[in-house]
Unconditional design. Sequence first.
Length: 72
Amino acid sequence: MKKRLTKDEEFEILKLVLDKILWLGFGIMAFGLYQVFASTTRNGFYAMFAGVVILIIFVVIVFKEYEVVKSD
C-alpha cells in the first residue's frame, strides 16, 4: 500500500529538487564566467548559455507545476 503525500509534503520535496537544479544552473554559469576570464571566450559563453538554459527550464517547471498568484 502506497502512502499519499499531502500538498505541503509534495511542495517541500519539490523545493529540495528544484533548489539543486538552481544551484546547478548558477554553478555552470559561474564556471562559464571563469572560462571567459581564464581562457577562451567562446567556450565560456557556451557554458554560460547552458546555465541560462537550465535556469529557464527551472522557471518553466515552476510556472507549469504551481499557480503563481500576484499579491496586491
